[in-house]
Design a protein around this ligand. Structure first.
Ligand code: UTP
Length: 291
């Protein structure tokens, strides 16, 4: 098996119910964070991390994503005719960003099932998984940091972040031991999905970035649907931990849950404040609210 991580899977077949009614027709992954669909942040991160091939797992009603990353002849021709060169570059940039393949998840049977749908396109090589609604702001792209750990340590890598207090119960939580040489790395011995605060094995929440070996596909195939009839990715990874080295990695950067209304609001404010074209004006506006 090659050690080179060339492919990234983007599960985007879910229903996005936390964002209804906005997501009744528009895929959650296409909701705009300032002026870019949230999935584009993930695709840009993957490309900046050296990924050559992106695999998006879609579902019914998710066609807007394919159109977004495709060439838009009418739009490009109109922008060209009107000499809107900067906007033309933006539009063309999106369609030439990466090599993208699509695979359909016929029913939203869970994140594990969505990843499994990409099995044939990934083949027998390590791969990354990016959950598009986790938007990460980092100097070195989060996935690039993780691929570095994978190449150095030779085992699957799960992105983690520290959550103090009962908020940890909303996440899959890592169990393991801290590496003596690098505080960011944990040798993973297991994980617990959404534990009670008292039962959480650590403060390390697993978030939406993974580098996995292809063995996980076979293990997912054996996974029985859980309590709510879904095949969970964590169940596949739990089985992987029994066979191979798996690491937790506390990435450097800040993660926003843009699939959640409050998380999207936080990301919108912070990303807008960072923008050279919007930041100063927006800061003045916020100050003027006298909160
Ligand atoms: P989420 O649980 O955040 O997404 O899954 P969801 O189910 O779409 O949203 P809510 O909870 O109802 O609001 C994380 C990612 O996994 C994908 C989603 O599209 C999202 O990007 N996913 C989830 C699938 O691709 N297939 C599934 O069956 C479930």
């Amino acid at each position: 098996m090659s050690k080179h991580v060339r492919k990234a899977v983007f599960p985007a077949g879910g229903l996005g119910t936390r964002f209804l009614p906005a997501t009744k027709v528009i895929p959650k992954e296409m909701l705009a964070l300032v002026d870019k669909p949230i999935i584009q942040y993930g695709v840009e991160e993957a490309v900046a991390s050296g990924i050559e091939h992106i695999i998006i797992v879609t579902g019914r009603g998710k066609g807007a994503m394919e159109d977004h990353f495709d060439i838009s002849y009418e739009l490009d021709a109109t922008l060209e005719r009107k000499h809107k060169d900067e906007l033309l570059a933006v539009s063309r940039g999106v369609s030439s960003m990466a090599r993208i393949s699509y695979v359909r998840q016929k029913e939203p049977l869970g994140l594990g099932h969505a990843v499994w749908c990409a099995k044939d396109l990934v083949g027998d090589e390590p791969f990354a998984v990016i959950l598009p609604d986790d938007v990460i702001d980092a100097e070195t792209p989060c996935l690039k940091q993780m691929i570095g750990v994978f190449e150095e340590r030779g085992g699957s890598v799960l992105a983690t972040m520290t959550i103090e207090g009962p908020g940890i119960s909303a996440y899959g939580v890592l169990a393991g031991e801290q590496d003596p040489d690098n505080w960011r790395i944990y040798n993973c011995t297991g994980m617990v999905e959404k534990p009670k605060f008292e039962d959480a094995p650590s403060k390390l929440a697993i978030i939406g970035r993974y580098v996995l070996t292809p063995r996980v596909f076979e293990l997912l195939e054996k996974t029985k649907p859980g309590a709510i009839g879904e095949i969970q990715l964590t169940d596949g990874i739990k089985a992987l931990v029994q066979e191979e080295k798996v690491f937790g990695y506390t990435f450097e950067g800040k993660r926003y849950d843009a699939g959640d209304k409050f998380g999207m609001l936080q990301a919108t404010v912070e990303f807008a404040l960072k923008r050279a074209d919007l930041g100063p004006k927006f800061r003045e506006y916020l100050k003027g609210l006298g909160l």
